[in-house]
Design a protein around this ligand. Structure first.
Ligand code: BTN
Length: 327
């Protein structure tokens, strides 16, 4: 109750500082109570500028991601035709997996305003503050054999990179296998988790995290070196529903062409968007770390690398260091 009255006061006084004393008088509560409500709003994605002399100014309020808002931006046939939006979940991967096990169809979308235990590759955490990023998982049911699953990661990275470039005009590139970077900083990540049956894929839960409107405050100092948001990179916020709509459209089109014609056509598009190719880097597989230069994708989706002795290898799964290490 108090929080919505507080918001109403800020909204009817746009671009104005309101002092703690004035707010506490207007609402008939203590200044500490006001301060607590402001912290609560910040946790939901609202941003305030605080001045010791002037008080608080509302800088940004998150446009919440509801189903209708997303549906208005959708021009797809299957992807996102069923949308489930959550204010907060542990991980959208988990709710999507439960639904997939219950038989939810391909294209069912799970999207959360906040994740309490968002996860990335290699057991890492995915920073998922409320109202600022896009945290989505979608069910895919491709009729393909298990070894082809990595191709879907590469395809998803292409769709994501293209759509984010279209909307933001930022120089976003793909670092193999599935990171999207601006310069050396990560902007988005993809996590594909699959369930299999005999030799085929039963379903894939494709999880995408996009750091859209996060600010410096949302990252630890350590993470801020390696990660950024579209807002920090462009100097302006972006509408999350528009991004979801554009991404799902590009993703569905590529996925359809992949199912009809195979991976071949994706290779040159991926290579053109890659920031890894031609630059020596470290590559850590399950049993070794080597220095090598990625030179392209092979037909299966493995990355072809050239070692320092000139020999070549194809690698399916590894962790790649930052490109351009000093030799
Ligand atoms: C990575 O780069 O390591 C992958 C990050 C994937 C994050 C997304 S956010 C939505 C979905 N839910 C999760 O818990 N993880 C993925």
């Amino acid at each position: 109750m108090l929080v919505s009255s507080l918001l109403d006061i800020f909204k009817s006084n746009p671009n104005e500082y309101l002092s703690g004393t004035k707010l506490s008088e207007l609402l008939g509560v203590s200044r500490t109570a006001i301060w607590k409500q402001i912290r609560k709003l910040e946790a939901e994605g609202y941003e305030f500028e605080a001045s010791t002399k002037l008080g608080y100014k509302l800088m940004m309020h998150p446009s919440s991601l509801d189903r209708d808002l997303i549906a208005k931006q959708l021009h797809t046939k299957t992807f996102g035709q069923q949308i489930n939006v959550y204010p907060a979940v542990d991980s959208t991967q988990n709710v999507a997996r439960e639904a997939a096990e219950q038989g939810a169809p391909e294209g069912t979308l799970f999207i959360a305003e906040q994740q309490l235990s968002g996860r990335g590759r290699m057991g890492r955490q995915w920073v998922s503050p409320a109202g600022k990023g896009i945290y989505l998982s979608m069910i895919l049911r491709p009729n393909v054999a298990i070894p082809f699953a990595p191709q879907l990661t590469l395809l998803t990275a292409v769709a994501l990179c293209r759509s984010l470039r279209t909307i933001t005009a930022l120089p976003i590139g793909i670092k193999w296998p599935n990171d999207l970077l601006i310069g050396q900083q990560k902007i988005s990540g993809i996590l594909l988790e699959s369930a299999t049956e005999d030799t085929r894929i039963k379903y894939i839960i494709a999880g995408i995290g996009i750091s859209v409107n996060l600010t410096e405050k949302d990252y630890t100092e350590q993470l801020l070196v390696k990660a950024t948001s579209l807002r920090l990179a462009a100097g302006k916020p972006f509408d999350r529903a528009t991004i979801v709509g554009q991404f799902l459209l590009e993703w569905e089109q590529l996925y359809e062409s992949y199912l009809a014609a195979g991976f071949q056509a994706i290779i040159p598009i991926w290579e053109a968007l890659s920031v890894s190719l031609g630059k020596p880097t470290t590559i850590t597989t399950h049993n070794e770390t080597i220095v090598a230069t990625p030179i392209g994708l092979d037909e299966s989706g493995a990355i072809r690398i050239q070692l320092e002795d000139g020999s070549e290898r194809a690698i399916f799964s590894a962790e790649m260091g930052q490109p351009n290490i000093k030799k």
